[in-house]
Write a protein that binds this ligand. Structure first.
Ligand code: BGC
Length: 413
């Protein structure tokens, strides 16, 4: 063998021993989401590893979590799975997750991430999950042409919302694009709750699970306003996916959608520009408040050493500046690192970043209940049930709903 051949075969052997496979479970299947997931895939593949996609469709991730449980229980978990908030602790307590402290130390994660985020990513003091982004949930997306045709401007309060919705309906458009699925109902519900309760009582209700707030008079008002929203959605909403609802705003069939900023990923994937083709504004009455939803991947214990290397490479990649930029530009979220250059980001993202920071100081940064950041999946599920049953029953009574809410939460604690 000549010298070049020896070097080549040595190189081949090295890359062979370093190459492993990462199997990644996620629920990013809409247009904007799939584009974002593809960024991660290509960054992992660039390093010589292979990516096994484990996508389970279903916004909000309920189906993905069910599938994950089955796989993990049968002793065959993926390398990483999109798991958020309190669920990370649950998986950690069950002994499934692996420590990423070596990567965290080498990459100085502690220095570049907000404390509120690192706390969620650790189990018993060790990093077991990696944050991908920060999504703001309390957004209103609007089509300016439709608003103009109806002679209204972007509503800043719930009263303005109802007044505008009435005019939009009269002008022949659907005021609010909505998908009737429990997690979407809960997303709208928590936006109304943030406005009516205010940040402090929102936290008391959905983080502290304070029974007085859960069944108090303000919560009755939350349900009343939430119920009124039904008058402004179309009859085809049951079962509709969230991205189909976003398309209705993009196409001008509907005026508005209340949804987290993954909706922006859909506008971006459709080539739409903020401020021109669509408007992003805080959901009515929540200016200065920020409901956060942090996507993260939790990492499972594996048996194969090559796959472990690939897994560590994935963990490291997620928090690189390069990945944070491209991924979040596609996803609609903002980077989770605090030291990013934001020049490529649009006005909605800059707004989100500014409010993320200011709300942390003013006490208006609150975790999303609907997206699993404020409480356990058991309590979240109990709230979903009450909220969805209520929304789907035209004769439901708000004062009875709050009693059901308190009872359901109590039983799930
Ligand atoms: C996730 C987002 C996702 C959205 C819709 C949320 O719970 O955090 O990443 O885009 O669900 O699927």
């Amino acid at each position: 063998m000549n010298k070049t051949l020896i070097i080549l075969s040595l190189l081949a052997a090295t890359s062979y021993t370093q190459a492993g496979e990462v199997e990644v479970l996620h629920w990013w299947t809409s247009g904007g989401e799939a584009k974002s997931a593809a960024v991660l895939k290509s960054k992992v593949e660039e390093q010589g590893h292979s990516w096994k996609d484990f996508a389970v469709a279903g916004g909000g991730g309920e189906s993905a979590m069910t599938v994950l449980k089955t796989r993990a229980v049968s002793g065959n978990p993926p390398s990483a799975a999109q798991i958020k908030g309190h669920d990370i602790q649950e998986w950690g307590n069950l002994g499934f997750l692996t420590s990423l402290d070596d990567v965290a130390k080498a990459e100085k994660w502690e220095n570049n991430l907000p404390g509120v985020v690192t706390k969620v990513m650790k189990h018993e003091g060790r990093f077991v999950a990696v944050p991908v982004n920060v999504h703001r949930v309390n957004w209103l997306w609007a089509n300016p042409e439709v608003l103009k045709a109806a002679g209204v401007s972007v509503p800043k309060t719930m009263d303005e919302f109802f007044a505008s919705a009435e005019k939009i309906k009269a002008a022949g458009y659907i005021p609010l694009a909505h998908g009737g699925q429990p997690w979407q109902d809960a997303t709208v519900f928590e936006a109304v709750a943030l406005d009516v309760l205010g940040s402090a009582d929102y936290n008391k209700a959905f983080v502290d699970l304070d029974m007085d707030v859960l069944q108090g008079s303000k919560m009755v008002e939350v349900f009343e306003k939430f119920q009124k929203i039904r008058d402004y959605i179309d009859s085809n909403s049951p079962g509709r996916d969230w991205n189909a609802a976003t398309s209705m705003v993009i196409n001008g069939d509907a005026a508005m959608q209340i949804m987290g900023d993954w909706a922006k990923g859909e506008f971006a994937a459709a080539g739409k520009m903020p401020g021109k083709d669509y408007i992003c504004a805080p959901s009515p009455g929540t200016d200065g408040q920020f409901t956060f939803n942090i996507d993260s991947f939790a990492f499972f214990k594996l048996k194969n050493a090559e796959n472990e290397k690939a897994q560590k490479a994935l963990a490291k990649t997620i928090l690189t500046k390069d990945f944070q930029e491209v991924f979040n530009l596609n996803k609609g979220s903002i980077p989770v690192r605090l030291d990013m250059d934001m020049t490529k980001f649009d006005s909605c993202a800059l707004d989100s970043m500014a409010t993320f920071k200011s709300s942390a100081d003013s006490g208006d940064l609150v975790p999303s209940m609907a997206h699993g950041l404020s409480t356990t999946s058991y309590v979240q599920g109990a709230i979903y049930d009450v909220v969805t049953d209520f929304f789907n029953d035209p004769s439901a009574k708000a004062d009875e709903a709050v009693k059901k809410l308190a009872k359901a939460v109590k039983a799930a604690i």
